[in-house]
Design a protein around this ligand. Structure first.
Ligand code: AHR
Length: 495
């Protein structure tokens, strides 16, 4: 294949990469909480019932922020059911996934988990069946010093110090007809504004995420965002967007081109934010919280059939899914000025990089991509100029065979390169025009011969990150020889 050149210059920055784009999402859905992070029966459980094997794996992903407790679950969730003595908490019929919720894990347990793994909690409030006042009371429970009712309740429950939760989502996917409490955008916007005012009245420092368009396919796409943004004005700091993608047509090349659509979605929602900002003559920019994203199309089992911790949407991930996950990250990094938060959905068992089976744990292909990016995230995103072969995707138009993003970290450059060709190796030359690339500090590759290759509980080395020896320095540039269907993450030293 003809060589692709990637030209970078420190004078063309996109913006600092917000570490929160490497966030996660823990929902009370299926076996994400129960049998996922929390499983007192497991041999790996610690004194708090947390699975130390799962926590060890999550620790490797170094997520700065984790969203909780839903998802669709939150639109029927009353947070007070999940606090206080565990044996006094109600067991309930859960409304979003037709499951049974024991409430053995709730706010205080989640905060303990955040503390253990260094996560910043990102709480979603119930604006489906819940009230703005209930949301406000939750902020008091989490963030106020003892001395008033809900803060005292927290202290009584054994946690005298406030948790200081900085980020709150005003509901979840409220544009979706499937959502409990869904209605016209104006109704949601009104409720969200009341909640925002009451929540900020308790703690002025919190940042709020308005519930934006959850699916580009909905007729209300973007128009929902316009109404919500206009109504909320400066009350919301971020607007959410979600995206789940899949290879329904079993066309790998087309699937790998979905990055075009992710770029387009980010740019469209950002354009709506800027439109409203300009119209309202606000100086303040609303940024994007891409607070649910992943590959999801193979396992669509969403009926919990009255079970505790049912097996729901336990997607198995293969190589092509991993390459698409790399594409999501490339897109977020290329839009570092716009996307400030992103949460992979979800973190364990439910469309997740990690699965459990009894006491065993499976590290899926997408885990490795997440880890390679997350551990090279510090710095400023640079705008890559890519010149090389392209191909036509039936769904997404013309795409470069090479997908890339780059982060400048003082005297190092982190470069991410994916070869989307199914059968051809790709030579790549990357230069940072105003620097010399001195040496390769490290490089890892994720690849396999078959796009459908996946890890199993029995063999977890099928799709994994391996040291890459196809990176070398030539002149001022970095030369990479990428095998077909591969993604490489590398850090190089600069002078
Ligand atoms: O992540 C699974 C579900 O997908 C979430 O609960 C919901 O917000 C989305 O539709």
């Amino acid at each position: 294949m003809e060589q692709t050149t990637i030209t970078l210059h420190s004078g063309f920055p996109v913006g600092p990469v917000d570490p929160r784009i490497f966030g996660g999402f823990l929902e009370h859905m299926g076996r994400c909480v129960y049998e996922g992070v929390y499983d007192p029966e497991c041999v790996h459980a610690d004194a708090d019932g947390l699975r130390t094997d799962v926590l060890g794996a999550l620790d490797r992903l170094d997520m700065p922020v984790v969203r909780y407790p839903g998802g669709n679950f939150v639109s029927g969730y009353h947070w007070q059911d999940g606090v206080g003595p565990v044996d006094e908490r109600p067991t309930l019929r859960e409304l979003a996934w037709s499951s049974i919720e024991t409430n053995h894990f709730g706010t205080d347990e989640f905060m303990g988990l955040c503390d253990r793994l260094g996560w910043t909690p990102m709480m979603a409030v119930n604006l489906g069946t819940g009230s703005p006042e209930e949301a406000r009371n939750w902020v008091e429970y989490c963030n106020s010093p003892a001395g008033t009712k809900y803060a005292d309740l927290r202290a009584t429950n054994g946690n005298p110090e406030p948790y200081r939760v900085p980020l709150w989502c005003l509901g979840n996917e409220m544009d979706g007809p499937w959502q409990l409490g869904h209605g016209p955008a104006e109704d949601y916007a009104n409720r969200a504004l009341q909640a925002a005012r009451m929540m900020k009245n308790v703690d002025r420092s919190i940042e709020l995420v308005a519930s934006g368009s959850s699916m580009v396919e909905l007729d209300s796409y973007l128009e929902w965002d316009r109404v919500v943004l206009e109504y909320l004005g400066t009350a919301a700091d971020y607007i959410s967007l979600h995206r789940y993608v899949g290879n329904q047509n079993d066309d790998t090349a087309d699937f790998l081109a979905v990055t075009n659509a992710i770029d387009a979605q980010i740019e469209a929602v950002d354009a709506m934010c800027r439109y409203v900002q300009a119209k309202q003559k606000n100086w303040r920019r609303t940024h994007l919280a891409f607070d649910e994203w992943n590959v999801w199309y193979k396992n669509m089992e969403m009926n919990g059939a009255g079970q505790v911790a049912p097996h729901l949407i336990e997607e198995r991930y293969n190589l092509e899914d991993a390459l698409v996950v790399a594409g999501f990250f490339n897109s977020f990094i290329r839009h570092a000025d716009v996307v400030k938060i992103a949460n992979i959905a979800q973190i364990v068992n439910v469309i997740a990089p990690i699965q459990t089976r009894g006491d065993d744990m499976l590290i899926q292909s997408i885990f490795h991509v997440f880890e390679q990016y997350s551990t090279r995230r510090a710095g400023i995103s640079l705008r890559p100029s890519v010149d090389g072969p392209e191909y036509q995707s039936p769904s997404y138009g013309s795409v470069d065979v090479i997908d890339t993003s780059a982060i400048l970290d003082t005297d190092q450059l982190h470069l991410f390169v994916t070869n989307r060709s199914l059968d051809q190796a790709a030579p790549v030359l990357a230069t940072l025009a105003d620097h010399t690339i001195e040496s390769v500090v490290n490089a890892h590759i994720i690849n396999a011969d078959d796009p459908k290759a996946e890890n199993t509980f029995e063999d977890q080395s099928v799709v994994a990150a391996r040291p890459f020896d196809g990176a070398s320095i030539s002149g001022d540039g970095l030369v990479l020889q990428l095998p077909p269907l591969s993604t490489v993450a590398t850090t190089v030293a600069l002078t």
